[in-house]
Ligand binder design. Structure first.
Ligand code: KIV
Length: 262
């Protein structure tokens, strides 16, 4: 594959399960970096930060701004930036131009593209140009047109065969790893067994080579989550408590105190 990036080489050789999380800015990146193998600047930021209903309307420039910020907060993990919808699918030339722009302007390690067979020609050209690529198969949020399309994939034989072809295509094209989103456990296990590259599951199987979640989901920012999310904290209640106390201090003229003024 000819990957030069040492962190990616180590990632590909790692024997224990790989720990992956999203971050959209330097502050969060600094917190998660010590615990992660890979930090993803996911286009999920369209929904998490910008309140969009899907990931389809985020620009390359926005991803670059956030990628730059995350790169400033990571020293240990690989940092991968999602290529947003519309910035790579039309042609491999477009994919290469935009992937180069992302890496040059952010200083991140690689890019993630959604799709299998259909975009494998793009992956091939990026890899040929020494750009590390993470693929994303199974449920592909950029292709969701209707909320009912957010459903588990691979229940039917025909769909299973398509997803297996996607895996083989991205692997052959030279991706160093692949995110497998929202597929049946049985299919995720099969994909991981078949795969020569690292499989990173989200709503897939504990047998994947690693797991990824949106950090805000695991922290408990949202009341409604997909089944595959496990909440490890209830950050909202901490924020509410702090803001309530601030309100009370302002109203009672307890803030600012002597310590907070010049
Ligand atoms: O956009 C994103 O955050 C992702 C992960 C959830 C895999 O693609």
């Amino acid at each position: 594959m000819g990957i030069k990036n040492n962190k990616i080489k180590i990632f590909c050789k790692q024997k224990r399960p790989l720990v992956c999380l999203t971050a959209y800015n330097k502050h969060m990146a600094t917190i998660v970096d010590p615990f992660c193998d890979l930090v993803l600047v996911g286009d999920s930021l369209a929904m998490v930060l910008y309140g969009e209903t899907n990931t389809n309307n985020i620009s390359l420039q926005t991803m670059i701004r956030h990628g730059k910020s995350v790169a400033r907060g990571c020293s240990k993990s690989i940092v991968i930036v999602d290529m947003p919808k519309g910035t790579y699918e039309a042609s491999e030339k477009l994919a290469l131009k935009n992937a180069k722009k992302i890496l040059k302007e952010t200083g991140c390690d690689g890019v993630k593209l959604e799709g299998g067979v259909k975009i494998s020609h793009c992956i091939k050209l990026l890899v040929k140009n020494k750009i590390p690529v993470m693929a994303h198969i199974g449920l592909m949020p950029q292709q969701v047109k209707h909320p009912k399309d957010y459903r588990v994939k691979g229940r039917f034989l025909e769909e299973q065969e398509l997803i297996i072809s996607d895996l083989k295509a991205v692997e052959k094209a030279g991706a160093f790893s692949v995110v497998i989103e929202a597929v049946t456990e049985k299919l995720a296990n099969k994909l991981t067994k078949l795969s020569k590259i690292k499989t990173i599951g989200i709503g897939a199987s504990k047998k994947c080579d690693g797991q990824i979640l949106v950090t805000e989901d695991l922290l408990g920012f949202f009341s409604k989550n997909a089944k595959f999310v496990k909440k490890y904290a209830d950050i909202n209640s901490y924020i509410s408590k702090a803001v309530k106390k601030f309100k009370s201090d302002v109203i009672k003229r307890k803030f600012p105190s002597k310590k907070n003024i010049y």
